[in-house]
Design a protein around this ligand. Structure first.
Ligand code: EPU
Length: 329
């Protein structure tokens, strides 16, 4: 366990923000020992810091898990149940799963962040979401120290959302995630233009490498330019609104979803002329308008100002509300 006072909080936007205390723990028992000291304090549990924007310092305790381990706990006909420590880097887990012949996570290659956050954010890409793989989530109650295991249904998963992000926000720390992976590879190539990159028979490694290549081309590397991946969630509009927009923009991309029609926020932002545009030291990325970047030295407030300006413009020009996916503090 490592505890530091007045410490910079790691975040991929590379904005300056300090926590009164920053604690990294290595095991469930370490975390349990911490529980009494958390009571009555503001507490924030972070993962890899890849979905956070700090507009101010955090007056409280920031926790980060370093729980490791990838353990096969059960094998049944054609699949394995794998228990993974919350502190493992998500992409290290995807790579290790493929090495061991466990399939299903390859479309989620190179998503930044850690295993614990995959279960909180319900990370997703190329037609697959973490919820499709998660069977159970093991947590510790940050008020009582009790252990609780959530089934997939109890996690109330939806697009980029879960019970841990909403109803039970801040109450539990994820310690391990149990994923059900397949022992046989079945490609999922229906999303977007994946098939144009991958033709004929493909292997899981080819899918992973292709997705890594696409992501590297479109998304900025946070080690080079601060960012948090998709800054906004893609809005869902009703059919009447969609049909109206489609008359003006016949080539507008869209996806039919359960509760309406999802329109890519990146596309909307680009129509409003924001792609590649700067506002002070923050900018809309020039290859993917869904991503906001820190050009160097931006504060969280600078990035929030840009986000507000983009949202206001999309509302004014296209009458659609878009909202940040990133957690703002
Ligand atoms: N588009 C534009 N201009 C842009 C960006 C996108 O016209 O600047 C259009 C594209 O041409 C395409 C459509 O919008 O027709 C969708 O774009 P893309 O396939 O890049 O995906 P997305 O909807 O923008 C979502 C996820 C990404 C994920 C990709 C691939 C959200 C908020 N984002 O983006 O997730 O990688 O699909 O599955 O759902 C992340 O969460 O950090 C992230 C990168």
């Amino acid at each position: 366990m490592k505890s530091t006072f007045n410490a910079q909080i790691p975040n991929t936007f590379a904005v300056s923000a300090k926590a009164t205390q920053y604690v990294e723990y290595d095991s469930v028992s370490d975390l349990r020992q911490l529980i009494p000291a958390l009571q009555g304090k503001r507490v924030l549990h972070i993962g890899g810091g890849s979905n956070l924007l700090f507009t101010t310092d955090f007056d409280g305790i920031v926790l980060h898990s370093r729980i490791q381990g990838i353990e096969q706990v059960e094998t049944s006909a054609g699949s394995v149940l794998v228990r993974v420590g919350a502190g493992i880097r998500w992409d290290d887990f995807v790579a290790e799963a493929l090495r061991r012949g466990w399939y299903g996570a390859e479309n989620l290659s190179l998503i930044p962040g850690e295993v614990g956050a995959s279960a909180v954010q319900n990370i997703g890409a190329y037609g697959i979401e973490a919820k499709d793989l998660i069977e159970r989530v093991e947590c510790i109650d940050l008020c009582t120290g009790e252990q609780r295991t959530f089934t997939n249904a109890e996690c109330h998963y939806a697009y980029r959302s879960s019970v841990f992000k909403h109803e039970l926000r801040g109450r539990y720390a994820v310690t391990h995630v149990l994923y059900r992976l397949s022992c046989t590879f079945e490609p999922h190539l229906d999303y977007g233009n994946l098939r144009t990159h991958l033709q004929g028979e493909v292997t899981a490694d080819e899918v992973r490498n292709c997705i890594i290549k696409i992501r590297r081309e479109k998304l900025p590397d946070p080690d080079v330019m601060g960012n948090a991946g998709s800054f906004f969630v893609n809005p869902v509009v009703d059919r009447a609104k969609f049909e109206m927009l489609q008359q003006t923009f016949p080539t507008m991309p869209f996806y039919e979803v359960q509760n309406g029609i999802k329109i890519p926020a990146g596309w909307l932002i680009e129509q409003c002329g924001w792609k590649g545009r700067k506002l002070g030291p923050a900018a809309v990325h020039d290859r993917q308008a869904l991503v906001l970047v820190n050009l160097g030295g931006a504060t969280g407030a600078d990035i929030l100002r840009l986000s507000d300006a983009v949202c206001a413009d999309v509302k004014q020009k296209l009458d659609i509300d878009i909202h940040p996916e990133v957690n703002i503090f």
